[in-house]
Design a protein around this ligand. Structure first.
Ligand SMILES: [Zn+2]
Length: 343
């Protein structure tokens, strides 16, 4: 089973070729003494012989059609297996939803990034591959972080967005009551060209919130651009992201620029607009990009014969979707966040 992987060092190909097989855990040691362990389909870790001060989780394909992050992770895995690079830290790679890579869809039955922090087991009678997988991924992350007590835990959950965005790359900083936001982490992301940060305002069922909340990891949902099929990503757009992730793995410390809010777009959620009536309709055109801003008093949407207005002097929108069931979120509204506790 592992022969093809050992020859080609292509973990994505191995994962997709063995999608319906049971993979029992398998370890081997590279000539540079790094221990490689395949835990499951799409789950591989690298442990250096000594010196690790960070535990790093890099996940991709939580949405299967978001191909750029899959290529970035697979290239890093290949370079590690080929010993072109050598990791200084424990690193766990997760290819989240291989089934939906094969179907070239965001998910097969259910959006996996709404299934973490136990949501996979809520709702009686509901069981599907995404729920089983989300629960298993939680287990791999938990085992990985709890297996070692190092100074820093990091989890970047890598995505690309459905809609085009005014800010091409952005990251969602999960809600973390009682903990300051990390200037070093924000500037690391800026070095990846992810210069827009959205501070979230409440607990969620995303993968990054799970790692942040459960393990006090520096965790982010990182949106690296627009969804494209395999082979159609302009990989030059990801050069800085790849370089920084490479440095993160291969260097004891990554040097980042000093915190400078002038280099960043910092937003926080002002409100989440939920749908109350079936006729909910946005006032802006479908082609409106993420982070488009509106002025106070402008009409955001109409429903049930009423207008929903922009409430703040300036509000930007992100993740608009009017085709959700009544009761669910249609859009997040954002306001500038110049005064967050960033240290
Ligand atoms: Zn995604």
């Amino acid at each position: 089973m592992f022969q093809q992987l050992m020859e080609e060092k292509d973990f994505l190909a191995f994962t997709l070729a063995n999608i319906d097989k049971v993979i029992t855990s398998h370890s081997f040691t590279l000539s540079n003494q790094t221990i490689v362990k395949i835990h499951d389909n799409g789950v591989i870790s690298f442990t250096p012989a000594t010196g690790s001060t960070k535990d790093i989780v890099l996940s991709c394909a939580i949405h299967g059609n978001e191909t750029a992050p899959i290529e970035i992770c697979n290239d890093l895995i290949q370079a590690l297996l080929n010993e072109q690079i050598q990791t200084e830290h424990r690193v766990l790679f997760l290819i989240g939803n291989p089934d939906s890579i094969l179907t070239e869809t965001r998910f097969v039955e259910e959006n996996m990034n709404r299934l973490f922090s136990g949501a996979h087991s809520k709702g009686e009678g509901l069981c599907n591959k995404e729920r089983v997988r989300a629960k298993a991924l939680e287990g791999y992350v938990s085992n990985f972080f709890l297996d070692n007590h190092v100074s820093q835990r990091i989890h970047y959950d890598l995505h690309t967005a459905i809609k085009p965005s005014k800010h091409e790359k952005f990251a969602i900083y999960p809600y973390r009551p009682g903990r300051s936001f990390s200037a070093e982490q924000i500037m690391f992301l800026a070095g990846c060209d992810v210069d827009t940060i959205l501070f979230h305002h409440e607990p969620t069922t995303t993968f990054s919130y799970y790692s942040s909340e459960q393990f006090k990891a520096d965790a982010f949902t990182v949106e690296l651009g627009k969804v494209m099929p395999f082979g159609q990503n302009e990989m030059s757009k990801f050069a800085n992201t790849r370089k920084m992730l490479n440095h993160l793995i291969t260097k004891q410390q990554v040097s980042v620029a000093e915190f400078n809010s002038d280099r960043l777009n910092l937003y926080k959620v002002s409100r989440s607009v939920n749908k109350h009536f079936d006729d909910f309709t946005f006032a802006f055109p479908k082609a409106t990009v993420n982070f488009t801003g509106f002025k106070q008093g402008e009409v955001l949407a109409t429903e049930g014969g009423k207008e929903i207005l922009i409430e703040y002097p300036y509000e930007a929108i992100v993740f608009p979707n009017e085709n959700v069931p009544v009761g669910q979120r249609t859009v997040l509204c954002l306001i500038p966040a110049p005064n967050e506790d960033i240290q």
